[in-house]
Structures are given as C-alpha cells and as structure tokens.
Design a protein. Structure first.
Length: 517
C-alpha cells in the first residue's frame, strides 16, 4: 500500500494547492450563512411601511391600534422572559423592560396577555388584567405602566427591533390620512392605505386596501388579521356571546400525538421528535451533494492527468491499479476534509441561527445534527457511496480524453444519482414501506435510501444485509474498473464504445484487447 498512499498524498497536496479546493471548503458555510442570515438581515434592513387608514366607522382603526399594541407588547415581554430565564443580554434591554424582567420570570406564558394589557390596555382593561397576575409580579408591572407607555409612544422601529424583530411596530407605522391618498401612494410618500366601511361588524362593504406594490402582502395580511379579531369580538358582544363560549365553539378537535418505543411503551411526541423525523432527509441531501461533487472531482482529475500525459509519467513508477487506488484514496481524503467542515458548520448553524431568527432560547436543535447514530450513518454511507461511484467515474475518466466525451457515458450515472433525490420525500414519509425496502437492496441507491430510512429505523438485519450487498457491489465495481483503467488510461484517440468497454471488463488480467474499428 506504500505507493497508493504516496499517490493519495500527492492528490491531497495537489488539491490543496488549487483555489477550487478552498472554495469548496468555504462555499458550504457561506451558503448556509447567506441562505439563513441574508433574509434576516434583509428583513431588518427593510424600510418601515408607512400606511394610513381612512376610517368611516369611527372606531375600528383605533381599536386595531390598541389590539396591535397589546400583541406587540406580548412579544416583547416573551423575549424579556426568555432573556431573564437564560440570563442572556438582559442588560441590553431598555430600562423600562429591564426593570420588569425579574417579574417576567415569575409568569407563565398564559399570563403574558394579562401583563401586556396592564401595560398598554385602557384603564378598565388594565385593572381587570392586573387581577390575573400573581401578587409578586403585579406591583412592578402596574408601576411600570406609565413608563412603558411613554417609551412605546416614542420608540423608533430600530429601538423596538433591537429587542425583538417580530413586532409589527418594528415594520409598520400608521400616519395621518391627510391629503390625496392616491397621489401619496403613487409618489411613494405612502406605502398603502386602508379604507374602512361604515359598519365593519355588519359586513365587508366599503372595505379596501390600496397600494402600488401588491407583491408585498405582509402589511394587508397583518392588518387584516388584527381587524378580524377586533370585529369578531364586537360581533360576540352584539350577539351577547361570552368569549369563553366563543372559544369553546371554535375549538378544534385535536389528538395528542404519541409514539411507541422499541420496548412497546407509549411516549409523548414533541417538536424535537418531529424535527428528528425529517433530519435524515437533510443528511441525504448533504450526502448526495458530497458524493456527487467529490466523485466529479475525481473524474475531472483523471481526465486532466490523462490528457496532459501526467498519468504516463506516474505509471513509470506505479502500476495502473496502484495509481487508481491512490487517486480514489486521495480524493476521499479531500472529501472527508470538506465533510468535517460541513459538520462543524451545521453544528454552529443549529446552535446560533435559531437565536438569530428570533426563536425561543429554549429551542435547542443541536442534538438533531449531533446525533451519533445519524453522524455515524452519514460518514459510513458517504465512504461506501463514494467508493461505489468513484469506481464508476474513474473508469469513465480513464477511457475519455475530455469532459465533453465523458458526458454521454455519464448520463446513466446521473440518472442513478437523481432517483434517490426524487424518491427522498416518499421514502422519508414511509421509511419501512415496501418501496423503501426494495430500493435499499439496489446498491447504487443503498447509501441514500438507508440514510433516509434512519428515522424508521430499519432493523439490524436490514442494515447488515444491505451493507454486505453494497460492499460486494463496490468490490465488483472496483475489480471491473481496475481492468478498464489499466487499458484506458494509456489509450488515446477516439473514445471506445460502451460495448468495447464492456469487453475490456471481461478480458482476463494480463491480456490487452485490440481496439475495434
């Protein structure tokens, strides 16, 4: 193995000297950061949408304003609660919120509505809501009412966004409905305006939304939701239906999700369990990218060395089989370096990205990508899948002189690689179904399908049988590719036909077949 290892070392060194290798190493982290972070940063950079309301009802627009203030305040209080409980950036909060942070830590999520109504609700509503707070939290929250309202009335969108990016106050700003509203929208002095009819409780007559940019529907969706809740409350009061009765009438019939463990015990299903059910599909996609990109590099390297005659120089010191083995091992080494980078990036992404997106601090997705079973399966199936497709592609690379010549021979390989992607969702939904089991025993699909079925999971017998079958296919493919490689790597001129390549694979070792004209 000394000479193949020397060839592998050369492959790694040559790859490390190229810009493409380092671009491949850094590209995945950059893509992850851009894919997740860019929308957040763009949302933060998005200008505040100024809107006006032409209200003929005389009450709805003000009621929506109060309702939105309560909803936004609840979001801010939830963020304050999370920061206080996790001791994270509490000192960065505005003074009025920092002062009530200890009181927030004593509340339940259900009591946040009461706290929000105390801070921004009308006098009567605030007094009623205060009775729903525990004694230790009631006094500091009531004492902060005037200070919070003063802060809320003057806080800019950037100030609110510094606490939490989700509140509507950080995205929308109501302005007086003065002048020609249509002209103001046309001149982009106003993003949009709403028209409210005389009796929104009775129906939607006279209601309208006027905007120049209809592609951005966040504003009408948000305002429509707020108005719907306010109008619904008025309708309940008109029909003398209590809120409790209305909630009971509208309550959905729900079934608590539970699962059964291997021991036959019933356990509850949480959000992390659902996420873990879909985690293997993410690993399948990464596995596909890794195998496809790395084996493509092996194909390109083989063709370049053959066309530039470098292969002939190397074959003066090593045998064709040793050269092939060294190239496969070397490219596998560079591939593992890329995968380590990907794993580190994935761990960092699931740890810090949810916080960047404003998710609760209690949401920890790290166990999903650091699951030893998933990581071990990913590494094992990467190595096995890589060896199988590397054997195929290095054989193809040895019989052609350019990438263009390789395209026709690559078509069947590409079709084999696309099928696991197309079947990823149905297999993920039924990992132990007949289709998934049959696909598991087809060696070109085994790495992807078995990785996808990890949420099932398959039985140990299936793992053993499919792995043994895959190893046998790899051995057979490496044997056939070695026979093709020893002939094709030194052959120039017109590339052979598929039938001729098949004949090379059947030719005994030591016999050099003649070319077909």
């Amino acid at each position: 193995m000394r000479k193949p290892l020397l060839v592998a070392q050369r492959e790694i060194v040559e790859a490390a000297r190229t810009k493409g290798f380092w671009i491949g190493i850094l590209l995945f982290p950059v893509i992850i950061v851009l894919a997740v972070g860019a929308p957040v940063l763009l949302a933060k950079a998005k200008s505040v949408r100024a809107y006006a309301v032409a209200d003929s009802s005389g009450w709805l627009s003000d009621a929506v304003e109060r309702h939105a203030a309560v909803s936004d305040t609840r979001r801010l209080l939830l963020e304050v609660m999370n920061r206080q409980l996790t001791n994270r950036n509490v000192e960065a909060l505005p003074p009025v919120l920092r002062g009530i942070a200890p009181a927030m830590a004593t509340l339940t999520p259900a009591q946040l509505d009461s706290a929000a109504r105390v801070l921004v609700g009308a006098e009567a509503a605030a007094a009623s809501a205060a009775s729903g707070l525990p004694a230790e939290a009631r006094e500091p929250i009531v004492a902060a009412r005037a200070g919070y309202q003063s802060w809320w009335d003057t806080a800019s969108a950037a100030t609110v966004r510094a606490v939490h990016q989700a509140p509507a106050r950080a995205k929308y700003r109501r302005v007086p409905a003065d002048g020609d509203l249509n002209r103001r929208v046309a001149d982009e002095d106003l993003f949009a305006y709403f028209v409210i009819g005389r009796d929104p409780v009775e129906g939607n007559r006279g209601m309208a939304y006027v905007a120049k940019n209809l592609a951005d529907d966040d504003l009408p969706d948000w305002y429509g939701q707020q108005a719907t809740e306010v109008v619904r409350q008025r309708r309940l009061e008109r029909e003398r239906i209590s809120p409790a009765t209305a909630a009971w009438l509208q309550a959905e019939t729900e079934f608590a999700e539970r699962t059964v463990s291997a021991s036959g015990e019933q356990t509850a299903v949480g959000m992390k369990d659902k996420l873990r059910q879909n985690a293997p599909m993410v690993f399948v996609y990464l596995l596909w990218i890794a195998i496809f990109s790395i084996t493509q590099g092996l194909l390109t390297s083989t063709i370049e060395e053959k066309s530039s005659r470098v292969a002939e120089v190397l074959l003066s010191s090593v045998s064709p089989v040793q050269l092939m083995a060294g190239k496969i091992l070397g490219v596998a080494g560079t591939g593992l370096m890329m995968i380590v980078t990907w794993v580190i990036t994935a761990l960092a992404a699931v740890k810090y990205m949810p916080r960047l997106l404003g998710a609760p601090a209690s949401l920890d997705l790290t166990p999903l990508v650091s699951d030893p079973a998933l990581l071990a399966s990913f590494v094992i199936y990467f190595l096995l899948g890589y060896l199988l497709y590397a054997a195929i592609l290095i054989g193809i690379g040895s019989v052609v002189n350019t990438i263009q010549e390789a395209q026709s021979l690559m078509m069947p390989v590409m079709m084999m690689l696309m099928l696991p992607l197309l079947s990823m969702i149905p297999i993920g939904q039924d990992p132990n179904g007949t289709f998934a089991k049959v696909m598991s025993y087809i060696p070109p699909f085994t790495p992807f399908v078995m990785m996808n079925r990890a949420a099932g999971p398959p039985s140990l017998v299936e793992y053993a049988l499919t792995t043994l079958l895959l190893i046998g296919a790899i051995a057979g493919m490496l044997w056939a590719s070695a026979k093709i490689f020893r002939i094709g790597i030194l052959m120039t001129g017109k590339p052979p036909k598929a039938s001729e390549i098949w004949r090379w694979g059947r030719t005994p070792v030591g016999v050099v077949p003649s070319r077909q004209e």
